[in-house]
Ligand binder design. Sequence first.
Ligand code: 6R9
Length: 635
Amino acid sequence: MSQYHIKSLEEYFQVYRKSIRDPETFWEEIAEENFIWRKRWNKVLDWDFSKPKVTWFQGAQLNITENCIDRHLPTRGNKTALIFEPNNPEEKTQHITYKQLHQRVCQFANVLKEKGIKKGDRVCIYLPMIPELAISVLACARIGAIHSVVFAGFSATALRTRINDCECNMVITSDGSFRGNKTIDLKVIVDEALKDAPCVETVLVAQRTHSEIEMKEGRDFWLEPLIEAAYKDCAIEVMDAEDPLFILYTSGSTGMPKGMMHTTAGYMVYIAYTFKNVFQYREEDVYWCTADIGWITGHSYILYGPLANGATTVMFEGVPNYPDWGRFWQIVEKHKVNQFYTAPTAIRALAKENLSFVEKYDLSSLKVLGTVGEPINEEAWHWYDDIIGKGNTPIVDTWWQTETGGIMISPIPFVTPTIPTFATLPFPGIQPCLMDETGEEIKGNPANGRLCVKFPWPSMARTIWGNHQRYKDTYFSTFENKYFTGDGALRDNTGYYRITGRVDDVIIVSGHNLGTAPIEDAINEHPAVAESAIVGFPHDVKGNALYGYVILKETGETRNHGNLRKEINQLITEKIGPIAKLDKIQFTSGLPKTRSGKIMRRILRKIAHKETSNLGDTSTLLNPEVVQEIIENAL
Ligand code: 6R9
């Protein structure tokens, strides 16, 4: 019997030890007990990190939608699978049961087939957070087409690059999207992208905003009439364990975005298992992850993970500040959300606003709070804990990546004691390690090094689409026989991990290795500071010196900036040491961020280096306008 649902720290350690001692039996038991297999595997794991090649459940056959939908029909047919919460609170919420989801996915799958899509074809999905997004993803999976979801806030150029890279035959989009009080004409962006994307033969268009758009004869089709005419049942395509399930692009710091390719069986098993444990999900719970399905977080923990567990998952179309900054909490109250999963960037933005936005709502349904995407600073952690969790709701700080497919290091709520800013302990089956600069593993504690993983896990990406060499170079060549995450981490005396940020962002000052997160954390503790980012710039004596970009809570801060600079450096001296003091501090109204809320330090670094002529691709930024402001005020 596997211990699918971990309930105590003792049990965690027991399960963890077993997962390391005998990984194959460990994963085999989990796979056996919880899913429908059309054919059993003949080998659980085969791996060689030097190639790199990893296969899980070789020989097995299955379909992930049979496991996420059909499997639940006898027992949960009338249970709500998806709650769709529209952008506009006046618009009606939709509750889609498992039975209805089954029908809608089948109809959509039949439309795809009718338009010539077959197993192995790539389908680009460029949709806002409406039910059609979830349904089209699942429809692709049902017929074995490989979905490539592109976040519907990306530009035509970014979309075109992604369509061409994996040669999609089809694009699924909508006339437009609603975000707060804005309407965006998505189809116009698609048309622009398709001016130079000869692989695309068909465009399916869902109706959302009723904007006036052009339909190209023979290429573009309105979705609704096709769905209405489609047959309501669609047999699954039986997939091999290692058949590709999806491609999802993640931006590299330079060059082309990387199309991370995930496969079927291992991904399903790992995502289902982590979802259940990280959120301590119970049958009656309502779960809400605020991410967009355009990110890995949405793939794994809005769709596949919850649905594989027969859960009720909320899909929110809008933004946190529309119609006002209370929207998230209004939704929590309305649907009695039990597990709430969001990103530090959202928490910081919410924490800046008046408390009355929170206090108006009843948040007593919340049992678990989650965070993902970047290191959470201590102040934000405490706000989340005190104000949202009322001091008695565990926070799971989950560390993982597009490449890892699922959560890798995280507390298990009610099981793992938490410490702010620590992602704590590895998940069963995950063997992290820290490496020093010479390529040696650091064995003892405490330790500070580059975070690697030394054994395969079921949901790891298998390759970069069309470029296996780049996959090998990026992840498996820095350290022999290890997957290198690109992140730095500390490990304390008890074995808890704290992620310190991307190692590309590590700055060596006078020979000292400084991670960005702990320093930014110290700066953010200043009561006048809302957020900060630090980068290095060349310095004659120290090699590198630190340049800090700081956003103040109140733009009309009355203290003079000279004093503020002194106070910030005093704080850094206290918390980290004088070595980490900033040579330059620039106050700014914003920081350049990716759409998923990560600071683009590459741009800040170039500005600090005074190399502003070529900032690289800024088209995927959330707030490109802030770049000009920062350049103008650079020190
Ligand atoms: C899931 C996701 C991955 C990078 C990762 C790391 C950062 C994510 C974190 C975290 C500290 C956490 N990151 N979670 N850093 N604490 N809890 O975000 O995937 O978009 O591919 O980003 O995000 O730097 O390497 P992705």
